[in-house]
Design a protein around this ligand. Structure first.
Ligand code: C2E
Ligand code: MG
Ligand code: MG
Ligand code: MG
Length: 291
Protein backbone atom coordinates (compact mmCIF):
# COMPACT_ATOMS: atom_id res chain seq x y z
CA UNK A 1 0.00 0.00 0.00
CA UNK A 2 1.65 3.23 1.17
CA UNK A 3 5.11 1.84 0.75
CA UNK A 4 4.60 1.02 -2.91
CA UNK A 5 4.16 4.68 -3.58
CA UNK A 6 7.71 5.52 -2.59
CA UNK A 7 9.84 6.33 -5.57
CA UNK A 8 13.09 4.49 -5.79
CA UNK A 9 15.86 6.93 -6.46
CA UNK A 10 17.59 7.90 -3.21
CA UNK A 11 19.74 10.46 -5.01
CA UNK A 12 16.80 12.55 -6.19
CA UNK A 13 14.69 13.15 -3.09
CA UNK A 14 13.23 16.42 -4.32
CA UNK A 15 11.33 14.80 -7.19
CA UNK A 16 9.22 12.49 -5.08
CA UNK A 17 5.75 12.82 -3.66
CA UNK A 18 5.69 13.03 0.15
CA UNK A 19 4.87 9.82 2.00
CA UNK A 20 1.25 9.71 3.17
CA UNK A 21 0.06 8.62 6.62
CA UNK A 22 -0.40 4.97 5.68
CA UNK A 23 3.06 5.05 4.14
CA UNK A 24 4.53 6.51 7.32
CA UNK A 25 2.91 3.82 9.47
CA UNK A 26 4.23 1.11 7.19
CA UNK A 27 7.67 2.73 7.22
CA UNK A 28 7.62 2.96 10.99
CA UNK A 29 6.84 -0.76 11.36
CA UNK A 30 9.44 -1.76 8.79
CA UNK A 31 12.02 0.47 10.47
CA UNK A 32 11.35 -1.00 13.89
CA UNK A 33 11.80 -4.44 12.50
CA UNK A 34 14.97 -3.53 10.62
CA UNK A 35 16.55 -1.79 13.59
CA UNK A 36 15.43 -3.87 16.51
CA UNK A 37 15.39 -7.38 15.10
CA UNK A 38 17.58 -7.40 11.99
CA UNK A 39 20.55 -5.73 13.69
CA UNK A 40 20.89 -2.95 11.11
CA UNK A 41 21.60 -5.51 8.38
CA UNK A 42 19.28 -3.83 5.90
CA UNK A 43 21.30 -0.58 6.17
CA UNK A 44 24.50 0.40 4.48
CA UNK A 45 26.44 3.58 3.83
CA UNK A 46 27.30 5.63 0.80
CA UNK A 47 29.96 8.35 0.87
CA UNK A 48 30.03 11.66 -1.00
CA UNK A 49 33.20 13.77 -1.41
CA UNK A 50 33.61 17.28 0.02
CA UNK A 51 36.27 19.35 -1.75
CA UNK A 52 38.62 21.97 -0.37
CA UNK A 53 39.34 24.53 -3.07
CA UNK A 54 42.59 26.07 -1.78
CA UNK A 55 44.30 22.67 -1.64
CA UNK A 56 42.46 21.25 -4.65
CA UNK A 57 41.89 18.06 -2.68
CA UNK A 58 39.10 16.05 -1.15
CA UNK A 59 38.97 16.95 2.55
CA UNK A 60 36.17 14.65 3.70
CA UNK A 61 33.46 12.23 2.70
CA UNK A 62 29.94 12.54 4.09
CA UNK A 63 28.41 9.25 5.22
CA UNK A 64 24.82 8.91 3.99
CA UNK A 65 22.65 6.05 5.18
CA UNK A 66 20.90 3.76 2.70
CA UNK A 67 18.10 1.29 3.42
CA UNK A 68 17.09 -1.65 1.25
CA UNK A 69 13.90 -3.59 1.97
CA UNK A 70 13.78 -7.39 1.76
CA UNK A 71 12.23 -7.21 -1.70
CA UNK A 72 15.15 -5.09 -2.90
CA UNK A 73 13.22 -1.81 -2.85
CA UNK A 74 15.26 1.13 -1.60
CA UNK A 75 13.82 3.80 0.69
CA UNK A 76 15.37 7.27 0.62
CA UNK A 77 16.60 8.83 3.89
CA UNK A 78 14.47 11.88 3.21
CA UNK A 79 11.49 9.51 3.61
CA UNK A 80 12.58 7.35 6.55
CA UNK A 81 14.78 9.68 8.65
CA UNK A 82 11.81 11.98 9.48
CA UNK A 83 9.74 8.92 10.45
CA UNK A 84 12.63 7.64 12.57
CA UNK A 85 12.95 11.05 14.22
CA UNK A 86 9.28 11.21 15.14
CA UNK A 87 9.16 7.68 16.49
CA UNK A 88 12.33 7.89 18.57
CA UNK A 89 14.13 5.30 16.41
CA UNK A 90 16.67 7.68 14.89
CA UNK A 91 19.30 7.25 17.64
CA UNK A 92 19.61 3.57 16.61
CA UNK A 93 20.39 4.66 13.05
CA UNK A 94 22.76 7.45 14.01
CA UNK A 95 24.71 5.25 16.41
CA UNK A 96 25.13 2.53 13.81
CA UNK A 97 26.14 5.03 11.11
CA UNK A 98 28.68 6.68 13.42
CA UNK A 99 30.37 3.36 14.20
CA UNK A 100 30.46 2.21 10.58
CA UNK A 101 31.62 5.58 9.28
CA UNK A 102 34.51 5.81 11.77
CA UNK A 103 35.53 2.26 10.95
CA UNK A 104 35.47 2.98 7.21
CA UNK A 105 37.42 6.23 7.56
CA UNK A 106 40.27 4.44 9.32
CA UNK A 107 41.32 2.78 6.08
CA UNK A 108 41.29 6.07 4.11
CA UNK A 109 44.20 8.48 3.54
CA UNK A 110 44.85 10.50 6.68
CA UNK A 111 43.94 13.74 4.94
CA UNK A 112 40.29 12.68 4.69
CA UNK A 113 37.80 13.23 7.48
CA UNK A 114 34.40 11.59 7.68
CA UNK A 115 31.25 13.63 8.17
CA UNK A 116 28.38 11.95 10.02
CA UNK A 117 24.80 13.22 10.25
CA UNK A 118 23.31 13.45 13.75
CA UNK A 119 19.67 14.18 14.24
CA UNK A 120 18.91 16.73 16.98
CA UNK A 121 16.63 13.98 18.35
CA UNK A 122 19.67 11.75 18.82
CA UNK A 123 21.50 14.50 20.68
CA UNK A 124 18.48 14.87 22.93
CA UNK A 125 17.98 11.15 23.59
CA UNK A 126 21.52 9.77 23.84
CA UNK A 127 24.79 10.85 25.40
CA UNK A 128 26.41 11.78 22.08
CA UNK A 129 29.73 12.63 23.69
CA UNK A 130 29.99 9.14 25.13
CA UNK A 131 28.86 7.68 21.81
CA UNK A 132 31.54 9.58 19.92
CA UNK A 133 34.23 8.65 22.41
CA UNK A 134 33.25 5.02 22.03
CA UNK A 135 33.24 5.16 18.22
CA UNK A 136 36.67 6.83 18.21
CA UNK A 137 38.10 4.37 20.71
CA UNK A 138 36.73 1.27 18.96
CA UNK A 139 37.80 2.41 15.48
CA UNK A 140 41.03 4.18 16.39
CA UNK A 141 40.05 7.21 14.30
CA UNK A 142 41.61 10.48 15.56
CA UNK A 143 38.97 13.02 16.68
CA UNK A 144 40.30 15.57 14.17
CA UNK A 145 39.09 13.29 11.37
CA UNK A 146 35.49 13.22 12.58
CA UNK A 147 32.91 15.85 11.69
CA UNK A 148 29.32 15.80 12.90
CA UNK A 149 26.51 17.46 10.94
CA UNK A 150 23.52 18.46 13.01
CA UNK A 151 20.47 19.30 10.92
CA UNK A 152 18.86 22.63 11.33
CA UNK A 153 15.36 22.32 12.78
CA UNK A 154 12.91 24.70 14.32
CA UNK A 155 12.50 22.68 17.48
CA UNK A 156 15.67 21.72 19.30
CA UNK A 157 14.34 19.35 21.98
CA UNK A 158 16.75 20.33 24.75
CA UNK A 159 18.91 23.34 23.80
CA UNK A 160 20.92 23.37 27.02
CA UNK A 161 21.89 19.74 26.64
CA UNK A 162 22.70 20.21 22.96
CA UNK A 163 24.92 23.16 23.72
CA UNK A 164 26.85 21.30 26.41
CA UNK A 165 27.28 18.26 24.19
CA UNK A 166 28.65 20.44 21.41
CA UNK A 167 31.14 22.13 23.73
CA UNK A 168 32.36 18.74 24.90
CA UNK A 169 32.67 17.45 21.32
CA UNK A 170 34.68 20.48 20.31
CA UNK A 171 36.90 19.99 23.33
CA UNK A 172 37.59 16.46 22.06
CA UNK A 173 38.69 17.96 18.73
CA UNK A 174 35.61 16.92 16.72
CA UNK A 175 34.19 19.46 14.24
CA UNK A 176 30.49 20.25 14.60
CA UNK A 177 28.63 21.68 11.60
CA UNK A 178 25.14 23.08 11.24
CA UNK A 179 23.60 21.16 8.32
CA UNK A 180 21.12 22.64 5.82
CA UNK A 181 21.82 26.20 6.99
CA UNK A 182 19.42 28.63 5.32
CA UNK A 183 16.65 26.17 4.59
CA UNK A 184 14.13 28.48 6.16
CA UNK A 185 14.22 27.68 9.86
CA UNK A 186 15.56 29.85 12.65
CA UNK A 187 19.05 29.90 11.15
CA UNK A 188 20.58 32.93 12.72
CA UNK A 189 19.20 32.06 16.13
CA UNK A 190 20.64 28.55 15.95
CA UNK A 191 24.01 29.84 14.81
CA UNK A 192 24.33 32.17 17.73
CA UNK A 193 22.80 29.86 20.29
CA UNK A 194 25.03 26.83 19.66
CA UNK A 195 28.81 26.55 19.43
CA UNK A 196 29.10 25.26 15.85
CA UNK A 197 32.44 25.52 14.08
CA UNK A 198 31.14 25.06 10.54
CA UNK A 199 28.00 25.41 8.46
CA UNK A 200 26.70 23.68 5.39
CA UNK A 201 24.78 26.02 3.12
CA UNK A 202 21.54 24.32 2.15
CA UNK A 203 21.16 22.89 -1.32
CA UNK A 204 18.18 25.16 -1.99
CA UNK A 205 20.51 28.19 -1.82
CA UNK A 206 22.94 26.67 -4.31
CA UNK A 207 20.04 25.67 -6.56
CA UNK A 208 18.82 29.26 -6.71
CA UNK A 209 22.13 30.60 -8.02
CA UNK A 210 21.82 31.42 -11.69
CA UNK A 211 18.04 31.06 -11.76
CA UNK A 212 16.75 33.23 -8.94
CA UNK A 213 17.83 36.88 -8.98
CA UNK A 214 17.72 37.13 -5.20
CA UNK A 215 19.76 34.01 -4.52
CA UNK A 216 23.15 35.65 -5.01
CA UNK A 217 22.69 38.51 -2.51
CA UNK A 218 21.10 36.09 -0.04
CA UNK A 219 24.01 33.67 -0.26
CA UNK A 220 26.48 36.57 -0.01
CA UNK A 221 24.77 37.83 3.16
CA UNK A 222 24.79 34.35 4.70
CA UNK A 223 28.49 33.97 3.94
CA UNK A 224 29.21 37.34 5.52
CA UNK A 225 27.33 36.19 8.59
CA UNK A 226 29.13 32.87 8.89
CA UNK A 227 32.47 34.60 8.39
CA UNK A 228 31.67 37.21 11.03
CA UNK A 229 30.94 34.38 13.45
CA UNK A 230 34.22 32.65 12.56
CA UNK A 231 32.58 29.64 10.90
CA UNK A 232 33.78 27.68 7.86
CA UNK A 233 31.15 27.21 5.14
CA UNK A 234 30.62 24.24 2.83
CA UNK A 235 28.23 24.74 -0.10
CA UNK A 236 25.95 21.73 -0.64
CA UNK A 237 24.28 20.58 -3.82
CA UNK A 238 26.73 22.03 -6.34
CA UNK A 239 25.55 20.56 -9.64
CA UNK A 240 26.76 22.89 -12.40
CA UNK A 241 29.88 24.78 -13.54
CA UNK A 242 27.84 27.98 -13.26
CA UNK A 243 27.00 27.38 -9.59
CA UNK A 244 30.62 26.46 -8.94
CA UNK A 245 31.87 29.73 -10.46
CA UNK A 246 29.37 31.91 -8.61
CA UNK A 247 30.17 30.25 -5.28
CA UNK A 248 33.90 30.42 -5.95
CA UNK A 249 33.49 34.11 -6.79
CA UNK A 250 31.77 34.63 -3.44
CA UNK A 251 34.77 33.10 -1.67
CA UNK A 252 33.27 29.72 -0.80
CA UNK A 253 36.23 27.42 -0.28
CA UNK A 254 34.51 24.08 0.33
CA UNK A 255 31.97 22.39 -1.90
CA UNK A 256 29.98 19.19 -2.23
CA UNK A 257 27.56 18.07 -4.92
CA UNK A 258 26.80 15.91 -7.91
CA UNK A 259 29.19 18.04 -10.02
CA UNK A 260 32.10 16.49 -8.11
CA UNK A 261 30.58 13.14 -7.24
CA UNK A 262 27.47 11.29 -6.19
CA UNK A 263 27.38 9.30 -2.95
CA UNK A 264 29.15 5.96 -3.64
CA UNK A 265 29.75 2.67 -1.82
CA UNK A 266 32.92 2.36 0.27
CA UNK A 267 34.77 0.43 -2.45
CA UNK A 268 34.54 3.42 -4.78
CA UNK A 269 35.73 6.30 -2.57
CA UNK A 270 39.31 6.33 -3.84
CA UNK A 271 38.25 6.41 -7.50
CA UNK A 272 35.59 9.03 -6.76
CA UNK A 273 38.09 11.25 -4.94
CA UNK A 274 40.53 11.12 -7.81
CA UNK A 275 37.83 11.99 -10.36
CA UNK A 276 36.58 14.85 -8.17
CA UNK A 277 40.10 16.28 -7.79
CA UNK A 278 40.72 16.06 -11.55
CA UNK A 279 37.49 17.91 -12.23
CA UNK A 280 38.28 20.57 -9.64
CA UNK A 281 41.71 21.15 -11.17
CA UNK A 282 40.09 21.63 -14.59
CA UNK A 283 37.54 24.08 -13.16
CA UNK A 284 40.23 26.12 -11.41
CA UNK A 285 42.57 26.23 -14.42
CA UNK A 286 42.69 29.71 -15.95
CA UNK A 287 40.78 30.01 -19.25
CA UNK A 288 42.90 28.93 -22.17
CA UNK A 289 45.59 27.28 -20.04
CA UNK A 290 46.60 23.86 -21.36
CA UNK A 291 45.11 20.79 -19.63
P1 C2E B 1 22.08 16.05 4.03
O1 C2E B 1 22.82 15.67 5.23
O2 C2E B 1 21.90 17.49 3.74
O3 C2E B 1 22.80 15.29 2.84
C1 C2E B 1 22.88 15.78 1.54
C2 C2E B 1 21.81 15.16 0.67
O4 C2E B 1 21.80 15.81 -0.60
C3 C2E B 1 22.05 13.69 0.34
O5 C2E B 1 20.78 13.09 0.14
C4 C2E B 1 22.81 13.77 -0.97
O6 C2E B 1 22.71 12.59 -1.75
C5 C2E B 1 22.09 14.89 -1.63
N1 C2E B 1 22.94 15.61 -2.60
C6 C2E B 1 24.27 15.79 -2.55
N2 C2E B 1 24.70 16.53 -3.59
C7 C2E B 1 23.60 16.82 -4.33
C8 C2E B 1 23.41 17.56 -5.55
O7 C2E B 1 24.33 18.09 -6.16
N3 C2E B 1 22.13 17.67 -5.99
C9 C2E B 1 21.08 17.07 -5.35
N4 C2E B 1 19.87 17.21 -5.88
N5 C2E B 1 21.23 16.37 -4.18
C10 C2E B 1 22.48 16.25 -3.69
P2 C2E B 1 20.37 11.75 0.88
O8 C2E B 1 21.51 10.83 0.96
O9 C2E B 1 19.11 11.29 0.22
O10 C2E B 1 20.07 12.22 2.36
C11 C2E B 1 19.03 13.10 2.64
C12 C2E B 1 19.09 13.56 4.08
O11 C2E B 1 18.85 12.46 4.97
C13 C2E B 1 20.44 14.10 4.50
O12 C2E B 1 20.59 15.42 4.05
C14 C2E B 1 20.34 13.99 6.01
O13 C2E B 1 19.60 15.06 6.53
C15 C2E B 1 19.54 12.72 6.16
N6 C2E B 1 20.47 11.62 6.48
C16 C2E B 1 21.22 10.84 5.66
N7 C2E B 1 21.95 9.95 6.38
C17 C2E B 1 21.66 10.18 7.68
C18 C2E B 1 22.08 9.60 8.93
O14 C2E B 1 22.93 8.68 9.00
N8 C2E B 1 21.54 10.12 10.07
C19 C2E B 1 20.64 11.14 10.05
N9 C2E B 1 20.15 11.60 11.22
N10 C2E B 1 20.22 11.71 8.92
C20 C2E B 1 20.72 11.24 7.75
MG1 MG C 1 24.52 16.22 6.02
MG1 MG D 1 22.67 19.13 4.19
MG1 MG E 1 19.52 17.87 3.86
Amino acid sequence: RGITRLALSPEAPAERAPVDIAGRMTLHNLLREALLTAGCNPFHLHFQPILDLPSGRVMAFEALVRWTLLDGQRVAPSDFVPVAEQSGLVPHIDRWVLMQACRAACSWPEAWAVSVNMSPATVALLDVVELVQEALAVSGLPPSRLRLEITETMQVPNPQRMSEAMQALRALGVTVALDDFGNGYASVTNLRRFPFNAVKLDRSLTAGLGTDRQALPVVRAMLDLTQALGLRAVAEGVETDGQFRLLHGLGVSRMQGFLFGHPVPEEEVVQTASEAETLLAALLRPEGAPG
